[in-house]
Design a binder for this molecule. Structure first.
Ligand SMILES: NC(=O)c1ccc[n+]([C@@H]2O[C@H](COP(=O)([O-])OP(=O)(O)OC[C@H]3O[C@@H](n4cnc5c(N)ncnc54)[C@H](O)[C@@H]3O)[C@@H](O)[C@H]2O)c1
Ligand SMILES: N[C@H](CO)Cc1c[nH]c[nH+]1
Ligand SMILES: [Zn+2]
Length: 436
C-alpha cells in the first residue's frame, strides 16, 4: 500500500520529485471566502464575528463578551483534570519552559574608544494572539508550544482564540491555557478570529503578531493579514522522514511513520534505509499494525498518497536525500546517530537515536513542535522565544565620534545626492574641521 522506491531504478529521481511535490492548495474558493470574512469583520466588527461564529461553529451569542472564556473557567478546568493528565501537562510545560529559557535573547552594546556606544535592545512584543485549532481536534500541546515561548520572551498580553464547535469547550485546552498563564481566551475561530486579532473589534483589541497553526481558512487569513500584524509561519501538513540503518525494531519505525500520518491525509511519512530486507519488514509491520489504529483511514490515505519506503545505496546517500527533502521532523535511527546528524543541514527538528521518537518531541521533550514544513526548513526555523522578541538598534555617538563619522556620512550622502543628510552630519563637526 505504501509507495516503494529504489535508488537503482532509472526513474528514481523523477519518482522522488513527484512524491515530494506539494502545492500548498491556493484554493480559489477558500481564498475568496477568507477575503470576504476578513473584510466583513474589519468593517462590521463584533456583529460580523458573532454571525460567523453562529454559522461555522453553531454557537449563538448575543455579544462577544459572552464568547470570552473567563479565567475562573480556565482554572476550574485545570483543577478538575484527572491527576495524571494534570501532572503530564504540568511536566510538559516545565520542560518546554526550561528549554525555551535558553533561547531568550539579551540586549547588548559596546563602546568604542571615542565614547560612541552601539548596541541592540531586545524587547518583547506588547500583545500577541495565539490561534489554537479546534475544528476537528483539540491541541492542548499546541497551547503550551506557542504560549510558553511568548511568556518566556516576556510578552505582557497574550490572548488565545479557539473555536468551540457546538459550544463544546475542550477542558485540556482550557487547562493548558491556565498552566501557561495566558491572559484571555475567546471561543472564536477561523478567518473571523484572525480578522478580529489583526484589525481589532469593539470587544477585542488588535494584537501585534498572530501565531499558531490552523486549517486552510486560518492559513489563508494569516497570509492576508501579514503586514498589518506579524505572523509566525504558514504551517502545512505534518512530515516525518526517518533514516534507519535497519537495526531498530520494525514495529517502532512503522508506528513512528503512523504518528505523523495520523494527523492528516496529506501528511508525509518517508523511510530511507540501505537494507531491502528491512524495508520489507517495515512494510509487513505497517500491514499488521494499521488495522489496529483508530485513525487507520487517515493513515492509509497519507501513506498511499505521499508516504514511501525508499531503498538507498548507503547512509551517505540517505543524508543527501534528507538535505534535499528538508523535512519538518527527521529521525536518525542508527548506530552513532551524531555522525550522520553532522551531515544534515536542513531539518525542522532532528531526533537522534532509536529512543528519540518524534512523538516525544510533539509533547514533552522540550523543543517546540511548531516547525517549518514543505521544505521551508531550508530557510526557516522552529517557533521560539525569538519570534516573540524584537530588536532595536542603539546608536549613541559621542562628540568625538561625530567628528569621525560625520565626514564619512557626508561624503557618502554627497555621492547619493542627498544634501540634507550631508548637512545634518556636517552641522555636528567642529567649526574649522576640514570637512565642515
Ligand atoms: N503544525 C502544527 O504544529 C499543528 C498542530 C496542531 C494542528 N495542526 C493543523 O491545524 C489544522 C486544524 O484544523 P481544524 O479544521 O481542526 O481547526 P481550525 O480551528 O483551524 O478551523 C476551524 C474553523 O474553520 C472555519 N471553517 C470551517 N469550515 C469553513 C467554511 N466552509 N468556510 C469558512 N470557514 C470555515 C470555522 O470558522 C471553524 O471555526 C489541521 O490541519 C491540523 O493538522 C497543525
Ligand atoms: N506533530 C505536530 C506538528 O507537526 C504537532 C502535534 C500536536 N499534537 C501532536 N502532534
Ligand atoms: Zn504530531
Amino acid at each position: 500500500m505504501i509507495n516503494r522506491l529504489d535508488y537503482r531504478s532509472p526513474d528514481f529521481r523523477s519518482r522522488l520529485r513527484t512524491l515530494l511535490a506539494f502545492e500548498a492548495s491556493q484554493d480559489a474558493a477558500i481564498e475568496n471566502t477568507t477575503r470576504d470574512i476578513l473584510e466583513d469583520v474589519r468593517l462590521r466588527g463584533d456583529a460580523a464575528l458573532l454571525e460567523y461564529t453562529r454559522r461555522f461553529d453553531r454557537v449563538a451569542a448575543d455579544s462577544v463578551a459572552e464568547l470570552e472564556i473567563p479565567r475562573a473557567d480556565l482554572i476550574a478546568a485545570r483543577d478538575s483534570l484527572p491527576p495524571d493528565q494534570r501532572a503530564a501537562l504540568e511536566a510538559a510545560a516545565e520542560r518546554i519552559r526550561v528549554y525555551h529559557e535558553k533561547q531568550r535573547g539579551e540586549s547588548w552594546s559596546y563602546t568604542e574608544t571615542d565614547g560612541t556606544r552601539l548596541g541592540q535592545k531586545i524587547t518583547p512584543l506588547d500583545r500577541v494572539g495565539l490561534y489554537v485549532p479546534g475544528g476537528k481536534a483539540a491541541y492542548p500541546s499546541s497551547v503550551l508550544m506557542n504560549a510558553i515561548p511568548a511568556k518566556v520572551a516576556g510578552v505582557p498580553d497574550l490572548v488565545i482564540v479557539t473555536p468551540t464547535p457546538d459550544g463544546q469547550r475542550n477542558p485540556l485546552v482550557l487547562a493548558a491555557a491556565a498552566i501557561a498563564d495566558v491572559d484571555r481566551v475567546w471561543a472564536i475561530g477561523g478567518a473571523q478570529a484572525v480578522a478580529a486579532l489583526a484589525y481589532g473589534t469593539a470587544a477585542i483589541a488588535p494584537v501585534d503578531k498572530i501565531t499558531g497553526p490552523g486549517n486552510a481558512y486560518v492559513a489563508a487569513a494569516k497570509r492576508r493579514v501579514f503586514g498589518t500584524v506579524g505572523i509566525d509561519m504558514i504551517a502545512g501538513p505534518s512530515e516525518i522522514l526517518i533514516i534507519c540503518d535497519g537495526t531498530t525494531p520494525a514495529d517502532w519505525i512503522a508506528m513512528d511513520l503512523f504518528s505523523q500520518a495520523e494527523h492528516d491525509e496529506l501528511a508525509q511519512a518517508i523511510l530511507l534505509c540501505p537494507s531491502a530486507a528491512y524495508l520489507d519488514e517495515v512494510a509487513a509491520a505497517i500491514e499488521r499494525l494499521l488495522p489496529t489504529m483508530p485513525r487507520a483511514e487517515i493513515i492509509r490515505k497519507s501513506l498511499s498518497g505521499r508516504g514511501a519506503l525508499i531503498l538507498v545505496q548507503d547512509l551517505e546517500q540517505a543524508c543527501a536525500i534528507a538535505n534535499d527533502i528538508a523535512a519538518e521532523h527527521l529521525e536518525i535511527s542508527t548506530e552513532n546517530p551524531e555522525f550522520w546528524a553532522d551531515r544534515i543541514r536542513h531539518a525542522g527538528a532532528m531526533f537522534l537515536g532509536r529512543y528519540s521518537s518524534e512523538s516525544l518531541g510533539d509533547y514533552c521533550a522540550g523543543p517546540n513542535h511548531v516547525l517549518p514544513t514543505s521544505r521551508t526548513a531550508r530557510f526557516s526555523s522552529p517557533l521560539g522565544v525569538y519570534d516573540f522578541q524584537k530588536r532595536s538598534s542603539i546608536i549613541q555617538v559621542s562628540h568625538a565620534g561625530a567628528q569621525t563619522l560625520g565626514p564619512l556620512a557626508a561624503s557618502l550622502a554627497d555621492g547619493e545626492g542627498l544634501p540634507a543628510h550631508a548637512g545634518s552630519a556636517r552641522y555636528r563637526l567642529e567649526p574649522g574641521s576640514s570637512s565642515s
